[in-house]
Design a protein around this ligand. Structure first.
Ligand code: SAM
Length: 281
């Protein structure tokens, strides 16, 4: 590439399975840049070998991100072009790259994102849910208390939600989701673009009840149907109020809990709560 005063940072998506899923532009950029910063140089080497690309590489992963960011930006400052790639898909999407992208923008360098593969988009469109709008969650935290907190926050999102999850945690994930959100429709996209690509569709109950039907090997994206609000009846609210009051909650706490979980106005619950209290006196 012709030398300029300052170089550029290219964010280059790579295949998520099938090595043919790479754009002509991505291949050209990988050939032309001065350096490729790769999450795992051994993984990227296979891709470079297939396309006879001989550009030098350095590793750039979550354990050396900060130190490497400074080194890469020095190269860009002196006119070099750098491409950043991850093991699969789009760098920055549940993969390292955010720190260098942020820093390059802050320091005023030209950052260029190439469109290309990412597992979440393939899974969203193949799920069969309406893709007009969706919510990408990515990986959930390790700790169960944090997972529950996250599920609480996302319970009433009304568009499909997309999760990344490791195969050994998939069943636990589905079970936890079921206990927090109830029985919802889901789609699990497995091994997208690879030989054993498959999609499991059904309700959480169906998929949890027959885990043998799920092949739990490989990589998965889980798409979960969004929350569908239903008009809650007066009787249902009365039952919930009685339940919380019996548990020893104050009326104020009861109103707060029900309005948050059922999306009902606080005044309506409060009035019904007072009715119950009067009848119990
Ligand atoms: N940067 C990647 C992207 O753009 O999709 C995501 C990397 S993240 C470390 C890896 C996760 O992506 C996997 O655990 C899985 O949830 C999902 N994933 C990646 N490749 C996949 C594939 N071929 N089929 C299904 N899921 C995949």
């Amino acid at each position: 590439m012709a030398k300029k005063d300052k170089g550029r940072l290219f964010i280059v998506p790579t295949p998520i399975g099938n090595l043919e899923d790479i754009t002509l532009r991505a291949l050209r950029i990988l050939k032309e840049v001065d350096l490729i910063a790769a999450e795992d140089t051994r993984v990227t080497y296979k891709l470079l070998q297939k396309y006879e690309i001989k550009t030098p590489m350095i590793s750039y992963h979550k354990f050396n991100e900060r130190e490497r960011t400074a080194r890469i930006l020095d190269l860009i400052a002196s006119g070099g072009d750098v491409a950043i790639v991850s093991d699969a898909g789009t760098p920055g999407i549940s993969d390292p790259a955010y720190i260098i992208i942020r820093e390059a923008i802050t320091q005023g360098y030209h950052v260029c994102a190439l469109p290309g593969p990412t597992a979440l988009i393939a899974a969203m469109v193949i799920s069969g849910f309406n893709p007009d709008s969706f919510y990408f969650v990515g990986f959930i935290p390790e700790k169960e208390s944090l997972i529950r907190k996250l599920f609480d926050q996302l319970r009433t999102v009304r568009v499909p939600l997309i999760f990344y999850e490791a195969p050994h945690r998939l069943l636990d994930f589905l079970t936890l989701l079921r206990s927090n959100w109830g029985n919802r429709e889901i789609a699990i996209a497995r091994e997208i673009s690879k030989i054993h690509e498959s999609v499991y569709r059904g309700t959480l109950d169906e998929l949890i009840a027959y885990p043998d039907r799920l092949n739990l090997k490989g990589e998965f994206v889980i798409v979960v149907a969004g929350y569908i609000p239903h008009e809650i009846s007066e009787n249902e609210i009365l039952e919930k109020i009685t339940f919380y009051l019996d548990q020893g909650c104050t009326l104020k706490e009861t109103v707060k809990k029900i309005s948050e979980s059922c999306q009902v106005g606080k005044n309506r619950i409060y009035r019904l709560g007072l009715k119950i209290k009067k009848t119990n006196c």
